[in-house]
Design a protein around this ligand. Sequence first.
Ligand code: FAD
Length: 441
Amino acid sequence: MRIIIIGGIAAGMSAAAKLRRLDKEAEVVVYEKSPHVSFGACGLPYYVGGFFDNEAQMLARTPQQLIASGIELYIEHEVLQVIPETKTLQIKDLKTGTIKEDHYDTLMIATGASSIMPPIENLELKNVHTLRSMSDGKTLREALRKPEVKRVGIIGAGFIGLEAVEAAKALGKEVAVFQLEDRILKEVFDKEVTQLLEAELKAHDVALYLNSKVTALRGEGYATHIVTENEEIPVDLVLLATGVRPNTAFLDNTDIERLRNGAIVVDQEGKTSLPGVYAAGDCATVPHLLKGEPAYIPLATSANKLGRIVGENLAGNHEVFEGTLGSSCIKLMNMEAGRTGLSEAEAESMGLDYKTVFITDKNQTDYYPGQEDLSIKLIYDANTKILLGGQVVGRKDAVQRTNVLAVAIYARLTTKQLGMLDLCYAPPFARTWDAINIAGN
Ligand code: FAD
Protein backbone atom coordinates (compact mmCIF):
# COMPACT_ATOMS: atom_id res chain seq x y z
CA MET A 1 0.00 0.00 0.00
CA ARG A 2 1.30 3.43 -0.95
CA ILE A 3 -0.59 6.01 1.10
CA ILE A 4 0.07 9.62 0.17
CA ILE A 5 -0.74 12.65 2.33
CA ILE A 6 -0.65 16.13 0.79
CA GLY A 7 0.21 18.74 3.43
CA GLY A 8 2.39 18.15 6.47
CA ILE A 9 1.05 20.37 9.24
CA ALA A 10 -1.73 19.76 11.79
CA ALA A 11 -4.16 17.50 9.91
CA GLY A 12 -1.62 15.82 7.62
CA MET A 13 0.94 15.08 10.31
CA SER A 14 -1.67 13.89 12.83
CA ALA A 15 -2.79 11.39 10.21
CA ALA A 16 0.74 10.38 9.19
CA ALA A 17 1.89 9.83 12.78
CA LYS A 18 -1.19 7.75 13.68
CA LEU A 19 -0.98 5.71 10.49
CA ARG A 20 2.74 5.05 10.97
CA ARG A 21 2.09 3.73 14.48
CA LEU A 22 -0.80 1.50 13.37
CA ASP A 23 0.62 0.16 10.12
CA LYS A 24 4.31 -0.64 10.04
CA GLU A 25 4.20 -2.06 6.50
CA ALA A 26 2.49 0.63 4.40
CA GLU A 27 4.52 3.22 2.52
CA VAL A 28 3.51 6.51 4.17
CA VAL A 29 4.42 9.43 1.92
CA VAL A 30 3.98 13.14 2.72
CA TYR A 31 4.35 16.01 0.24
CA GLU A 32 4.65 19.43 1.84
CA LYS A 33 5.01 22.68 -0.08
CA SER A 34 6.78 24.70 2.62
CA PRO A 35 10.16 23.92 4.23
CA HIS A 36 8.41 23.06 7.54
CA VAL A 37 6.28 20.30 8.96
CA SER A 38 4.17 20.16 12.14
CA PHE A 39 4.11 23.95 12.38
CA GLY A 40 1.80 25.51 14.96
CA ALA A 41 0.57 28.74 13.34
CA CYS A 42 -1.42 29.48 16.52
CA GLY A 43 1.78 30.73 18.13
CA LEU A 44 2.45 33.32 15.42
CA PRO A 45 0.74 36.35 17.01
CA TYR A 46 2.67 35.77 20.25
CA TYR A 47 5.96 35.24 18.40
CA VAL A 48 5.34 38.44 16.45
CA GLY A 49 4.52 40.33 19.65
CA GLY A 50 7.70 39.10 21.39
CA PHE A 51 5.95 36.93 24.00
CA PHE A 52 8.59 34.33 23.02
CA ASP A 53 11.58 34.53 20.70
CA ASN A 54 12.53 31.05 19.56
CA GLU A 55 10.49 30.24 16.45
CA ALA A 56 11.48 26.57 16.75
CA GLN A 57 8.99 26.36 19.63
CA MET A 58 6.25 26.51 16.99
CA LEU A 59 7.58 23.35 15.31
CA ALA A 60 6.41 20.18 17.03
CA ARG A 61 8.67 17.94 14.91
CA THR A 62 11.49 18.38 12.44
CA PRO A 63 11.58 16.80 8.97
CA GLN A 64 14.51 14.63 10.16
CA GLN A 65 12.45 13.24 13.07
CA LEU A 66 9.65 12.30 10.72
CA ILE A 67 11.96 10.64 8.24
CA ALA A 68 13.55 8.72 11.12
CA SER A 69 10.08 7.48 12.14
CA GLY A 70 9.70 5.84 8.74
CA ILE A 71 7.72 8.50 6.87
CA GLU A 72 8.80 9.22 3.28
CA LEU A 73 8.73 13.01 3.49
CA TYR A 74 9.24 15.48 0.68
CA ILE A 75 9.36 19.11 1.82
CA GLU A 76 9.30 21.96 -0.69
CA HIS A 77 7.26 19.78 -3.02
CA GLU A 78 3.95 21.09 -4.30
CA VAL A 79 1.24 18.77 -5.60
CA LEU A 80 -0.04 20.44 -8.76
CA GLN A 81 -2.76 18.01 -9.72
CA VAL A 82 -4.62 14.90 -8.61
CA ILE A 83 -5.85 12.55 -11.32
CA PRO A 84 -8.33 10.26 -9.52
CA GLU A 85 -8.97 8.03 -12.55
CA THR A 86 -5.35 6.79 -12.56
CA LYS A 87 -4.63 7.52 -8.86
CA THR A 88 -1.77 9.73 -9.97
CA LEU A 89 -0.33 12.94 -8.58
CA GLN A 90 1.67 15.52 -10.46
CA ILE A 91 4.27 17.08 -8.17
CA LYS A 92 6.71 19.96 -8.54
CA ASP A 93 10.02 20.01 -6.68
CA LEU A 94 10.14 23.69 -5.73
CA LYS A 95 13.93 23.71 -5.30
CA THR A 96 14.82 22.30 -8.74
CA GLY A 97 11.63 23.08 -10.65
CA THR A 98 11.37 19.48 -11.89
CA ILE A 99 7.99 17.84 -12.22
CA LYS A 100 7.37 14.20 -11.39
CA GLU A 101 4.47 11.78 -11.01
CA ASP A 102 3.61 9.52 -8.10
CA HIS A 103 0.88 6.89 -7.63
CA TYR A 104 -1.25 6.30 -4.58
CA ASP A 105 -3.49 3.51 -3.37
CA THR A 106 -5.12 5.82 -0.82
CA LEU A 107 -4.84 9.60 -0.59
CA MET A 108 -5.35 12.21 2.11
CA ILE A 109 -5.69 15.90 1.27
CA ALA A 110 -4.58 18.15 4.13
CA THR A 111 -3.55 21.28 2.26
CA GLY A 112 -4.99 23.79 4.74
CA ALA A 113 -6.05 27.30 3.81
CA SER A 114 -4.50 30.60 2.74
CA SER A 115 -5.19 34.21 3.65
CA ILE A 116 -7.92 35.77 1.52
CA MET A 117 -6.66 38.69 -0.58
CA PRO A 118 -9.72 40.97 -0.70
CA PRO A 119 -10.40 43.36 -3.59
CA ILE A 120 -8.46 46.30 -2.15
CA GLU A 121 -6.29 48.42 -4.45
CA ASN A 122 -2.49 48.34 -4.02
CA LEU A 123 -2.16 45.27 -1.82
CA GLU A 124 1.24 44.69 -3.44
CA LEU A 125 2.79 47.62 -1.54
CA LYS A 126 5.85 46.51 0.44
CA ASN A 127 4.61 47.06 4.01
CA VAL A 128 1.42 45.01 3.55
CA HIS A 129 1.50 41.72 5.48
CA THR A 130 -0.51 38.58 6.09
CA LEU A 131 -0.07 36.16 8.99
CA ARG A 132 -0.29 32.50 8.13
CA SER A 133 3.11 30.93 7.51
CA MET A 134 6.37 30.89 9.41
CA SER A 135 7.88 33.29 6.88
CA ASP A 136 4.88 35.66 7.29
CA GLY A 137 5.53 35.60 11.03
CA LYS A 138 9.25 36.32 10.70
CA THR A 139 8.71 39.17 8.24
CA LEU A 140 5.98 40.78 10.33
CA ARG A 141 7.95 40.42 13.57
CA GLU A 142 10.94 42.13 11.98
CA ALA A 143 8.84 44.89 10.40
CA LEU A 144 7.05 45.67 13.66
CA ARG A 145 10.37 46.17 15.41
CA LYS A 146 11.40 49.04 13.14
CA PRO A 147 11.23 52.27 15.17
CA GLU A 148 9.78 54.15 12.18
CA VAL A 149 6.75 51.83 12.24
CA LYS A 150 4.53 53.59 14.74
CA ARG A 151 0.99 53.18 13.36
CA VAL A 152 -0.37 49.76 12.48
CA GLY A 153 -3.57 49.30 10.47
CA ILE A 154 -5.26 45.93 10.76
CA ILE A 155 -7.90 45.06 8.19
CA GLY A 156 -10.30 42.46 9.58
CA ALA A 157 -11.47 41.94 13.17
CA GLY A 158 -11.58 38.15 13.36
CA PHE A 159 -9.40 35.98 15.58
CA ILE A 160 -6.13 36.60 13.73
CA GLY A 161 -6.59 40.36 13.32
CA LEU A 162 -7.45 40.77 16.98
CA GLU A 163 -4.62 38.58 18.24
CA ALA A 164 -2.34 40.77 16.15
CA VAL A 165 -3.74 43.83 17.97
CA GLU A 166 -2.32 42.44 21.19
CA ALA A 167 1.03 41.79 19.49
CA ALA A 168 1.24 45.33 18.09
CA LYS A 169 0.18 46.91 21.40
CA ALA A 170 2.79 44.83 23.25
CA LEU A 171 5.37 46.47 20.97
CA GLY A 172 4.05 49.94 21.82
CA LYS A 173 2.33 50.67 18.50
CA GLU A 174 -0.73 52.77 17.77
CA VAL A 175 -3.33 50.41 16.33
CA ALA A 176 -6.36 50.97 14.11
CA VAL A 177 -8.70 48.09 13.23
CA PHE A 178 -11.01 48.17 10.20
CA GLN A 179 -14.04 45.89 10.16
CA LEU A 180 -16.54 45.63 7.31
CA GLU A 181 -19.32 44.58 9.67
CA ASP A 182 -21.00 46.43 12.50
CA ARG A 183 -19.10 44.56 15.21
CA ILE A 184 -15.95 42.51 15.77
CA LEU A 185 -15.90 38.67 15.68
CA LYS A 186 -19.42 38.75 14.27
CA GLU A 187 -19.42 35.14 13.10
CA VAL A 188 -18.15 33.83 16.42
CA PHE A 189 -19.84 35.65 19.30
CA ASP A 190 -23.21 37.27 19.89
CA LYS A 191 -23.49 41.00 20.48
CA GLU A 192 -23.56 40.87 24.30
CA VAL A 193 -20.03 39.45 24.19
CA THR A 194 -18.56 41.49 21.35
CA GLN A 195 -19.62 44.76 22.90
CA LEU A 196 -17.59 43.94 26.02
CA LEU A 197 -14.60 43.03 23.86
CA GLU A 198 -14.98 46.24 21.84
CA ALA A 199 -14.98 48.25 25.07
CA GLU A 200 -11.73 46.51 26.02
CA LEU A 201 -10.15 47.54 22.72
CA LYS A 202 -11.24 51.13 23.21
CA ALA A 203 -9.93 51.13 26.80
CA HIS A 204 -6.53 50.28 25.30
CA ASP A 205 -6.76 53.15 22.79
CA VAL A 206 -7.28 50.90 19.80
CA ALA A 207 -9.11 52.88 17.10
CA LEU A 208 -11.98 50.72 15.91
CA TYR A 209 -13.56 51.50 12.54
CA LEU A 210 -16.76 49.46 12.30
CA ASN A 211 -19.00 49.33 9.20
CA SER A 212 -15.83 50.34 7.42
CA LYS A 213 -15.10 49.10 3.91
CA VAL A 214 -11.44 49.46 2.98
CA THR A 215 -11.25 50.16 -0.75
CA ALA A 216 -7.57 50.95 -1.29
CA LEU A 217 -4.16 51.52 0.16
CA ARG A 218 -2.36 54.69 -0.82
CA GLY A 219 1.40 55.25 -1.09
CA GLU A 220 4.45 55.00 -3.34
CA GLY A 221 6.17 51.65 -2.77
CA TYR A 222 4.87 51.59 0.81
CA ALA A 223 1.33 52.11 2.07
CA THR A 224 1.03 55.40 3.91
CA HIS A 225 -2.78 55.47 4.17
CA ILE A 226 -5.68 53.06 4.48
CA VAL A 227 -8.52 54.40 2.35
CA THR A 228 -12.10 53.54 3.32
CA GLU A 229 -15.34 54.70 1.74
CA ASN A 230 -15.41 57.58 4.23
CA GLU A 231 -11.87 58.52 5.20
CA GLU A 232 -8.12 58.04 4.86
CA ILE A 233 -6.16 56.95 7.91
CA PRO A 234 -2.34 57.29 8.02
CA VAL A 235 -0.44 54.04 8.71
CA ASP A 236 3.15 52.76 8.64
CA LEU A 237 2.27 49.06 8.28
CA VAL A 238 -0.80 47.13 7.16
CA LEU A 239 -1.89 43.64 8.24
CA LEU A 240 -4.54 41.92 6.16
CA ALA A 241 -6.63 39.53 8.23
CA THR A 242 -9.84 39.13 6.28
CA GLY A 243 -10.25 35.39 6.63
CA VAL A 244 -9.00 32.25 4.91
CA ARG A 245 -9.83 30.26 1.81
CA PRO A 246 -9.27 26.46 1.52
CA ASN A 247 -6.25 25.48 -0.62
CA THR A 248 -8.20 23.29 -3.03
CA ALA A 249 -7.85 25.03 -6.43
CA PHE A 250 -5.45 22.26 -7.52
CA LEU A 251 -8.46 19.90 -7.46
CA ASP A 252 -10.43 21.91 -10.04
CA ASN A 253 -9.94 19.16 -12.65
CA THR A 254 -11.72 16.63 -10.40
CA ASP A 255 -15.39 16.46 -9.43
CA ILE A 256 -14.66 16.16 -5.70
CA GLU A 257 -17.60 17.61 -3.73
CA ARG A 258 -16.82 21.03 -2.27
CA LEU A 259 -18.67 23.87 -0.57
CA ARG A 260 -18.95 27.21 -2.37
CA ASN A 261 -15.80 28.49 -0.65
CA GLY A 262 -13.90 25.46 -1.97
CA ALA A 263 -13.84 23.39 1.25
CA ILE A 264 -13.85 19.65 0.52
CA VAL A 265 -16.94 17.98 1.98
CA VAL A 266 -16.07 15.06 4.26
CA ASP A 267 -18.11 12.58 6.28
CA GLN A 268 -17.48 11.47 9.86
CA GLU A 269 -14.70 9.13 8.74
CA GLY A 270 -13.01 11.96 6.83
CA LYS A 271 -13.97 10.41 3.47
CA THR A 272 -14.50 12.70 0.49
CA SER A 273 -16.81 12.02 -2.45
CA LEU A 274 -13.88 10.44 -4.36
CA PRO A 275 -13.26 6.75 -3.59
CA GLY A 276 -10.10 6.19 -1.55
CA VAL A 277 -9.58 9.91 -0.94
CA TYR A 278 -9.79 11.43 2.54
CA ALA A 279 -9.41 15.03 3.70
CA ALA A 280 -9.21 16.95 6.97
CA GLY A 281 -8.23 20.31 8.40
CA ASP A 282 -8.62 23.81 7.00
CA CYS A 283 -9.05 22.53 3.42
CA ALA A 284 -12.18 20.59 4.40
CA THR A 285 -15.47 20.73 6.23
CA VAL A 286 -15.92 19.19 9.64
CA PRO A 287 -18.93 17.24 10.91
CA HIS A 288 -20.91 19.36 13.40
CA LEU A 289 -22.60 17.88 16.45
CA LEU A 290 -25.56 20.25 16.37
CA LYS A 291 -25.88 21.59 12.84
CA GLY A 292 -26.66 18.33 11.09
CA GLU A 293 -24.58 19.38 8.10
CA PRO A 294 -20.84 19.76 7.46
CA ALA A 295 -19.49 23.09 8.67
CA TYR A 296 -16.42 25.09 7.68
CA ILE A 297 -14.67 25.97 10.95
CA PRO A 298 -10.93 26.17 10.26
CA LEU A 299 -9.34 25.50 13.65
CA ALA A 300 -6.32 23.53 14.84
CA THR A 301 -8.50 21.61 17.30
CA SER A 302 -10.58 19.92 14.59
CA ALA A 303 -7.62 19.59 12.20
CA ASN A 304 -5.76 17.52 14.78
CA LYS A 305 -8.75 15.41 15.78
CA LEU A 306 -10.14 14.63 12.34
CA GLY A 307 -6.55 14.24 11.10
CA ARG A 308 -5.94 11.52 13.64
CA ILE A 309 -9.25 9.81 12.77
CA VAL A 310 -8.21 9.82 9.11
CA GLY A 311 -4.88 8.28 10.15
CA GLU A 312 -6.84 5.43 11.80
CA ASN A 313 -8.97 4.97 8.71
CA LEU A 314 -6.04 5.05 6.30
CA ALA A 315 -4.85 2.04 8.31
CA GLY A 316 -8.07 0.26 7.38
CA ASN A 317 -10.27 1.12 10.35
CA HIS A 318 -13.65 2.85 10.38
CA GLU A 319 -13.31 5.36 13.21
CA VAL A 320 -15.73 8.28 13.24
CA PHE A 321 -15.35 11.84 14.45
CA GLU A 322 -18.55 12.60 16.32
CA GLY A 323 -18.40 16.25 15.44
CA THR A 324 -17.23 19.67 16.44
CA LEU A 325 -19.03 22.11 18.69
CA GLY A 326 -17.11 24.99 17.13
CA SER A 327 -15.50 25.65 20.52
CA SER A 328 -13.08 28.53 20.20
CA CYS A 329 -11.60 31.31 22.27
CA ILE A 330 -9.57 34.48 22.27
CA LYS A 331 -7.52 36.60 24.62
CA LEU A 332 -7.95 40.27 23.86
CA MET A 333 -5.74 42.55 25.93
CA ASN A 334 -6.87 41.83 29.54
CA MET A 335 -10.05 39.98 28.57
CA GLU A 336 -10.77 36.48 27.41
CA ALA A 337 -13.82 34.99 25.77
CA GLY A 338 -14.91 31.53 24.69
CA ARG A 339 -17.83 30.07 22.81
CA THR A 340 -19.14 26.58 22.17
CA GLY A 341 -22.15 25.02 20.46
CA LEU A 342 -24.50 27.32 18.60
CA SER A 343 -24.49 31.09 18.84
CA GLU A 344 -27.88 32.79 18.99
CA ALA A 345 -27.39 33.90 15.38
CA GLU A 346 -26.82 30.27 14.33
CA ALA A 347 -29.81 28.97 16.32
CA GLU A 348 -31.95 31.64 14.68
CA SER A 349 -30.73 30.86 11.17
CA MET A 350 -31.45 27.16 11.77
CA GLY A 351 -35.04 28.08 12.68
CA LEU A 352 -34.79 26.53 16.14
CA ASP A 353 -37.25 27.29 18.91
CA TYR A 354 -34.68 28.58 21.40
CA LYS A 355 -34.35 30.90 24.35
CA THR A 356 -31.34 32.71 25.76
CA VAL A 357 -30.13 34.03 29.08
CA PHE A 358 -27.28 36.46 29.72
CA ILE A 359 -25.97 36.97 33.24
CA THR A 360 -23.08 38.85 34.77
CA ASP A 361 -21.67 37.34 37.95
CA LYS A 362 -18.22 36.94 39.54
CA ASN A 363 -15.42 34.47 38.93
CA GLN A 364 -14.65 33.97 42.67
CA THR A 365 -15.18 35.35 46.18
CA ASP A 366 -14.54 39.04 46.91
CA TYR A 367 -12.27 38.49 49.92
CA TYR A 368 -9.62 36.59 47.96
CA PRO A 369 -7.62 38.84 45.59
CA GLY A 370 -8.59 38.60 41.93
CA GLN A 371 -12.35 38.89 41.81
CA GLU A 372 -13.59 39.93 38.36
CA ASP A 373 -16.88 40.12 36.50
CA LEU A 374 -17.79 37.10 34.42
CA SER A 375 -20.61 37.23 31.86
CA ILE A 376 -22.28 34.12 30.52
CA LYS A 377 -24.76 33.65 27.72
CA LEU A 378 -26.64 30.41 27.31
CA ILE A 379 -28.71 29.40 24.30
CA TYR A 380 -31.11 26.54 25.01
CA ASP A 381 -34.07 24.70 23.55
CA ALA A 382 -37.25 26.55 24.52
CA ASN A 383 -39.19 23.35 25.20
CA THR A 384 -36.74 20.75 26.49
CA LYS A 385 -34.33 23.30 28.07
CA ILE A 386 -31.43 21.28 26.62
CA LEU A 387 -28.37 23.47 26.15
CA LEU A 388 -27.50 24.44 22.58
CA GLY A 389 -24.72 26.97 23.04
CA GLY A 390 -22.74 29.00 25.51
CA GLN A 391 -20.44 32.02 25.56
CA VAL A 392 -18.37 33.30 28.47
CA VAL A 393 -16.41 36.55 28.70
CA GLY A 394 -14.41 38.15 31.48
CA ARG A 395 -10.92 38.98 32.74
CA LYS A 396 -10.25 35.67 34.43
CA ASP A 397 -11.37 32.04 34.04
CA ALA A 398 -13.86 32.66 31.21
CA VAL A 399 -12.36 30.24 28.71
CA GLN A 400 -12.07 27.30 31.08
CA ARG A 401 -15.70 27.83 32.04
CA THR A 402 -16.57 27.67 28.35
CA ASN A 403 -15.01 24.22 28.38
CA VAL A 404 -17.47 23.22 31.12
CA LEU A 405 -20.27 24.35 28.84
CA ALA A 406 -18.82 22.33 25.95
CA VAL A 407 -19.07 19.17 28.06
CA ALA A 408 -22.57 20.11 29.16
CA ILE A 409 -23.72 20.62 25.57
CA TYR A 410 -22.06 17.41 24.44
CA ALA A 411 -23.85 15.54 27.26
CA ARG A 412 -27.16 17.20 26.33
CA LEU A 413 -27.65 18.64 29.81
CA THR A 414 -30.62 20.87 30.53
CA THR A 415 -30.33 24.32 32.08
CA LYS A 416 -31.73 22.79 35.30
CA GLN A 417 -28.99 20.16 35.40
CA LEU A 418 -26.38 22.86 34.73
CA GLY A 419 -27.80 24.81 37.66
CA MET A 420 -27.15 21.91 40.03
CA LEU A 421 -23.94 20.59 38.44
CA ASP A 422 -21.40 19.81 41.16
CA LEU A 423 -18.63 22.23 40.23
CA CYS A 424 -15.57 22.94 42.38
CA TYR A 425 -15.66 25.61 45.03
CA ALA A 426 -12.90 27.20 47.12
CA PRO A 427 -12.60 30.99 47.61
CA PRO A 428 -9.75 31.59 45.07
CA PHE A 429 -11.63 29.80 42.28
CA ALA A 430 -15.38 30.32 42.51
CA ARG A 431 -18.24 31.08 44.83
CA THR A 432 -20.43 28.38 46.38
CA TRP A 433 -22.74 28.75 43.42
CA ASP A 434 -20.41 28.95 40.46
CA ALA A 435 -21.32 31.50 37.78
CA ILE A 436 -22.11 28.53 35.52
CA ASN A 437 -24.66 27.24 38.07
CA ILE A 438 -26.19 30.69 38.29
CA ALA A 439 -26.55 30.93 34.51
CA GLY A 440 -28.18 27.49 34.48
CA ASN A 441 -30.60 28.42 37.25
P1 FAD B 1 -2.28 24.12 7.45
O1 FAD B 1 -1.72 24.37 8.81
O2 FAD B 1 -2.64 25.27 6.61
O3 FAD B 1 -1.24 23.21 6.67
C1 FAD B 1 -1.45 22.81 5.35
C2 FAD B 1 -0.11 22.59 4.70
O4 FAD B 1 -0.34 22.10 3.39
C3 FAD B 1 0.70 23.87 4.54
O5 FAD B 1 1.94 23.76 5.20
C4 FAD B 1 0.89 24.02 3.04
O6 FAD B 1 2.20 24.44 2.69
C5 FAD B 1 0.65 22.62 2.54
N1 FAD B 1 0.14 22.61 1.17
C6 FAD B 1 -0.86 23.38 0.65
N2 FAD B 1 -1.08 23.09 -0.64
C7 FAD B 1 -0.19 22.13 -0.95
C8 FAD B 1 0.08 21.42 -2.15
N3 FAD B 1 -0.62 21.62 -3.25
N4 FAD B 1 1.11 20.51 -2.13
C9 FAD B 1 1.81 20.27 -0.98
N5 FAD B 1 1.58 20.91 0.17
C10 FAD B 1 0.59 21.83 0.19
N6 FAD B 1 -6.56 27.39 15.58
C11 FAD B 1 -6.98 27.12 16.85
O7 FAD B 1 -7.68 26.12 17.05
N7 FAD B 1 -6.63 27.94 17.88
C12 FAD B 1 -5.84 29.04 17.71
O8 FAD B 1 -5.51 29.74 18.68
C13 FAD B 1 -5.40 29.35 16.40
N8 FAD B 1 -4.63 30.44 16.17
C14 FAD B 1 -4.20 30.71 14.89
C15 FAD B 1 -3.40 31.82 14.68
C16 FAD B 1 -2.94 32.11 13.41
C17 FAD B 1 -2.09 33.32 13.18
C18 FAD B 1 -3.27 31.25 12.33
C19 FAD B 1 -2.77 31.54 10.95
C20 FAD B 1 -4.06 30.14 12.53
C21 FAD B 1 -4.53 29.85 13.82
N9 FAD B 1 -5.35 28.75 14.06
C22 FAD B 1 -5.79 28.48 15.34
C23 FAD B 1 -5.76 27.86 12.96
C24 FAD B 1 -4.82 26.68 12.81
O9 FAD B 1 -3.51 27.12 12.65
C25 FAD B 1 -5.25 25.88 11.61
O10 FAD B 1 -6.58 25.46 11.82
C26 FAD B 1 -4.39 24.65 11.38
O11 FAD B 1 -3.08 25.03 11.08
C27 FAD B 1 -4.93 23.83 10.22
O12 FAD B 1 -4.09 22.79 9.95
P2 FAD B 1 -4.08 22.10 8.52
O13 FAD B 1 -3.11 20.97 8.62
O14 FAD B 1 -5.43 21.81 8.08
O15 FAD B 1 -3.57 23.22 7.51
